[in-house]
Design a protein around this ligand. Structure first.
Ligand code: NAP
Length: 328
């Protein structure tokens, strides 16, 4: 049975009994994408050189260090060339601009990733604007944003394109459906809104000033939560049977919060006792599992796709730069 049929049936049967929601497993989809990319990378390597990614990690932000480490590991897993550049946290805007200019000019570097946040004295906007749009594998450059908005080929922000991969590869229908996105950031909310619009969804974007947020969200067939507020999306936001994509990655560090949000999940409380913190998304985990027709878990939902799409963008950038996209 297709996912939309399952979901519809769940909606109709809601009053009599509830079917378990379909868990959209991001790790499985990431592995599929990486396996597909690996074959392309091997072919490109045999023809000349592997695609290359440079990751710039300025300063010492422990979360950024983990993100960059995982990105480099993913490069290695599919045979991409990667380089980690770690300027000190005293770096100036001018020095960062010089570093980016050097990477723009290097032939074997196809993708440049500037890990955010940059140290406070650095003008992040100027630095991101300096990245060659053809190497902008994060899809943050205004040139790539413009290409996305006008539905032309370009490099698209990784989390947003990862969300589309999850929906498409899970056969969730998009065309003609109502999509509500909570969050209007440049890196997630806005690009995912345009991608869904281009797939013919009817799209509503919500934010911190949206009146009657829960009622708007409840109209969604596809609800995307990209807010950064732990478990803000509760059962009254979710239309029974809706597909819920939880982008949020929030670390809980107090037992009170963990006990409140994970009251019905003793394993999470135990995990907190052992590790001192646990991750939670923007959706209430028990409510989403109960009300949604399909949903992405946290962790293991959207997160793995962000890295997979960074790899996909690097391969795409390399193909475009070497002109092999026509033959690939
Ligand atoms: P952001 O730039 O802080 O944007 C958050 C958005 O949520 C803003 O548009 C804000 O509205 C809105 N918002 C905040 N509080 C709200 C409320 N009470 N009601 C309604 N809207 C509210 O965050 P982001 O970079 O998009 O990230 C969002 C979340 O996704 C974070 O948890 C982040 O860690 C996570 N994330 C995960 C991945 C991944 O790979 N899994 C990637 C990127 C981000 P205003 O515009 O009105 O302020």
């Amino acid at each position: 049975m297709r996912v939309d049929q399952q979901r519809q049936m769940k909606h109709y049967l809601m009053l009599s009994f509830s079917l378990p929601a379909l868990v959209l497993n991001g790790n499985r989809i990431r592995d599929q994408i990486l396996a597909e990319l690996r074959a392309g990378v091997e072919a490109m390597t045999a023809r000349g050189r592997p695609p290359g990614l440079a990751a710039v990690l300025a300063g010492r932000n422990p979360a950024s260090e983990i993100y960059v480490r995982n990105k480099i590991k993913a490069c290695e897993s599919i045979g991409l060339y990667s380089e980690k550049i770690t300027p000190p946290d005293t770096i100036t805007t001018e020095e960062m601009l010089a570093l980016v200019a050097e990477l723009n000019a290097r032939e074997e570097i196809d993708g440049i990733l500037v890990q955010l946040p940059l140290p406070p004295q650095v003008d992040s906007k100027r630095v991101l604007l300096a990245v060659d749009p053809a190497k902008d594998v994060d899809g943050f450059h205004p040139m790539n944003v413009g290409l996305l908005v006008t539905q032309r080929p370009g490099l698209v922000a990784c989390t947003a394109s990862g969300i589309l991969e999850i929906l498409k590869r899970s056969n969730i229908p998009i065309s003609g459906r109502r999509a509500v996105i909570i969050g209007r950031s440049d890196i997630v909310g806005k690009p995912v809104a345009f991608l869904l619009l281009h797939e013919n969804a009817t799209v509503t974007i919500c934010h911190s000033r949206t009146a009657g947020l829960a009622a708007v969200a409840r109209e969604a067939d596809i609800l995307v939560a990209a807010i950064g507020r732990p478990a803000l999306v509760t059962r009254e936001f979710i239309r029974p049977g809706a597909t819920v994509i939880d982008v949020g990655m929030n670390r809980l560090e107090t037992l009170t919060d963990v006990e409140r949000i994970f009251a019905s999940m003793p394993a999470k409380i135990e995990e907190f006792r052992q590790k001192g913190s646990v991750l939670v998304g923007d959706c209430h985990p028990a409510d989403v599992a109960e009300c949604a027709g399909a949903y992405t878990p946290v962790p293991g939902g959207v997160g793995p796709l962000t890295i997979a799409m960074l790899m996909a963008n690097t391969v795409k950038a390399a193909k475009c730069r070497t002109g092999s996209s026509r033959s690939a």
